[in-house]
Design a protein around this ligand. Sequence first.
Ligand code: HEM
Length: 157
Amino acid sequence: MYANVLLIHNWLRWFTLVACIGGIVYAMKPAPAAAPDADGFELPGKRWDSYLMLAVDLQMLTGLILYFGLSDFTKVAMENPGMAWQEPSVRYWSILHAGAMFASLLTVRVARVLALHAPTPDLAQKRRLIWFIISTIVILTAIPWPFLSNGRPLFRF
Ligand code: HEM
């Protein structure tokens, strides 16, 4: 079970990164002209916002299963919270990785909500772009890349 969830969580990272790139590329496209009598406006590639939200939601779900059910690192942290700060690998998984990724889930939502409530398509695109870039930076820095001390393989089979 642990190995399977880790495998899914690992592969979902690539889905998340592709969705990040898709979201940024479409947020960079020129904003459409708003029809003066229309209630809202259609932003280019809006479905990529949904892909990105889905990706981080699924990461969250599988991350929570690992965190509260399967990972030995987080088990140690929950049994002995003081240890979470002292032991680098426990600190990484129980606080840094989970905390930063939770923050990325919030920034993706911020992008969506701010774009939805923007008064002009131009501003909506600008907000999407800024917040998708922030989300991507947070995700990229919190991924356990193989060259890091808590690194993990790029792919699992
Ligand atoms: C965009 C969001 C996320 C990405 C891209 C991501 C990425 C990853 C990757 C690549 C791994 C290594 C998997 C492997 O060993 O093959 C991992 C492990 C893990 N992640 Fe995430 N993660 C995300 C969100 C989360 C969240 C929100 C949580 C907690 C609530 C979480 C908790 C964990 C845990 C506990 C582990 C495994 C530690 C162990 O080996 O026991 N992740 N994550």
